[in-house]
Design a protein around this ligand. Structure first.
Ligand SMILES: NC(=O)c1ccc[n+]([C@@H]2O[C@H](COP(=O)([O-])OP(=O)(O)OC[C@H]3O[C@@H](n4cnc5c(N)ncnc54)[C@H](O)[C@@H]3O)[C@@H](O)[C@H]2O)c1
Length: 449
């Protein structure tokens, strides 16, 4: 029996070392040592299933609830978990507020489309839950700042879904940078797949049908839309591609994929509490069909320190990056006075292999090295410690995506004050920091049922 390929035996082997579940950490009024955390998955699509795989084998955690707008998705995940755990202990919900109302749930794993990340996170924060929130933070920086206030007030454990931070080669690259082994950092390149990487999966017309269509049985379209503008249902809208590339629900891959290499830029530079001060660039946006986020882009950002960041979609990056290293469609390269180091999911490269043989001194900065990103989250839910990818880092890297998007859409440089988090002298860009929230949703209210 398995959940997405993990056998029950694998799970039990892992679980044998775990303390039995006597009381949930919440029932202790804290995170009792040795207690197991109860989690819910909100958003049972592709990524939700991936995160389920990362969670079920952890003996310290148990997934007790799932939630999705598609009846079939939530019930399938529930049934898989019931079979896996060998009982009927998992509940499927249509509405995330019912999940948050449960006192025995310690934390939520949110893998909905982007426009729901912050609203659900806000409600989870107010309900006192820990949260693993998928990247990117979403469609409005002003919403994200509301989340910051809520999380700071309640000290909720927050893990951002930028899992590259928990992988060894990314840590190695960032430790080399942080400890000065590349000399003074002058510039950074970050790149990732753009919209065209998904063209082959798009329906005809390529950028999504705009023809109104009947809402499928077993799908709660109103709940899927939530705070987003009311629009007629169309067949491509509520697929993962529709959600990734339609501006009502996302900024596109400039944020959805860009979040990953930018997170490494910020981690390496040690700039998790700030963002670049200037953004200027170009990009293309489809003019037909449903998908209206940035397709391809090339943005130059400048930090207050003078360090330059070039942020590119993969079609722009291929010639730039391919000129000095074997091509990969995503990655981050730090250029210092003593050489460069470049990192992606397949490995790490450097201008001089000797850089990669450097062993850190005890006195050097050593970055956190979790067993896995989800294990880090679960461990922190139990201990109350801060996970590796906190909310401030999430907001500041998401800021780079939003301001890059604005600079492209407005066709001019955007200047940013990272201290006050305000755009300098541009009313149009300032207006793009927030979005209306469709009633009855209201982010200023608890949103609980
Ligand atoms: N960290 C990563 O590497 C990574 C990889 C892929 C996707 N993601 C992120 O994960 C998120 C989901 O992507 P996906 O590919 O799984 O999309 P998907 O469309 O396959 O799944 C999203 C699911 O969320 C559900 N949903 C929508 N609104 C909801 C609500 N209010 N309550 C409960 N469920 C709701 C949808 O019905 C859908 O089943 C995106 O934000 C994406 O950026 C992250």
């Amino acid at each position: 029996m398995n959940v997405n390929g993990l056998t029950r035996r694998d799970f039990l082997r892992g679980a044998s070392a775990a303390a039995p579940l006597l009381l949930s950490p919440r029932a202790w009024g804290g995170n009792a040592p040795g207690s197991r955390v109860n989690l819910a998955i909100i958003g049972a699509g592709g990524r939700g299933n991936g995160l389920l795989n990362n969670t079920v084998h952890l003996p310290e955690a148990r997934v007790v609830a799932v939630c999705d707008c598609f009846v079939a998705r939530r019930e399938t995940m529930r049934d898989q978990l019931d079979t896996f755990y060998g009982g009927k202990g998992v509940t499927a919900y249509a509405d995330f507020r019912e999940v948050l109302a449960r006192d025995d749930i310690d934390g939520v794993i949110v893998a909905t489309p982007d426009h729901w990340h912050v609203p659900i996170a806000l409600a989870a924060a107010r309900a006192g839950k820990a949260m693993y929130i998928e990247k990117p933070l979403g469609v409005s920086l002003a919403w994200a700042w509301q989340l910051r206030e809520a999380v700071q007030a309640r000290k909720n454990v927050f893990q951002y879904g930028t899992q590259q931070r928990s992988e060894a080669q990314f840590r190695q690259a960032c430790e080399l940078v942080r400890n000065g082994y590349l000399g003074a950092i002058e510039r950074v390149e970050a790149w990732c797949p753009d919209m065209s990487s998904q063209y082959a999966a798009f329906s005809v017309p390529r950028y999504g049908s705009t023809e109104p269509a009947p809402v499928p049985d077993g799908f709660d379209y109103a709940q899927w839309l939530g705070p987003a503008p009311e629009k007629p249902y169309t067949v491509d809208r509520c697929t993962c591609y529709g959600a990734y590339h339609t501006y009502d629900y996302a900024l596109g891959f400039i944020a959805g994929w860009g979040a990953h290499p930018l997170d490494i830029v910020q981690w390496g530079l040690g700039t998790d509490a700030t963002s670049p001060v200037r953004y200027e660039g170009t990009g293309t946006i489809p003019t037909q069909g449903l998908y209206d986020t940035i397709d391809s882009w090339d943005v130059e950002c400048a930090y207050a320190s003078g360090v330059k960041l070039r942020f590119m979609g993969h079609r722009v990056a291929e010639a730039v990056v391919g000129a000095y290293r074997p091509w990969k469609d995503h990655g981050t390269t730090f250029f210092g006075s003593e050489g460069w180091v470049s990192v992606d999911r397949s490995g790490i490269l450097a201008s001089d292999p000797k850089l990669l043989a450097i062993a850190l001194k005890e006195t050097d900065t050593h970055l956190k090295a979790p067993q896995s990103h989800m294990h880090d989250f679960v461990t922190c839910v139990r201990s109350g410690d801060a996970p590796i990818a906190g909310l401030e880092a999430a907001i500041r890297s998401d800021t780079i995506c939003h301001l890059s998007d604005m600079a492209i859409r407005l066709g001019r440089a955007v200047r940013w004050d990272p201290g006050t988090e305000q755009v300098r002298g541009d009313a149009d860009a300032t207006a793009m920091l927030t979005r209306p929230v469709r009633a009855p949703w209201d982010l200023s209210k608890p949103m609980l049922r």
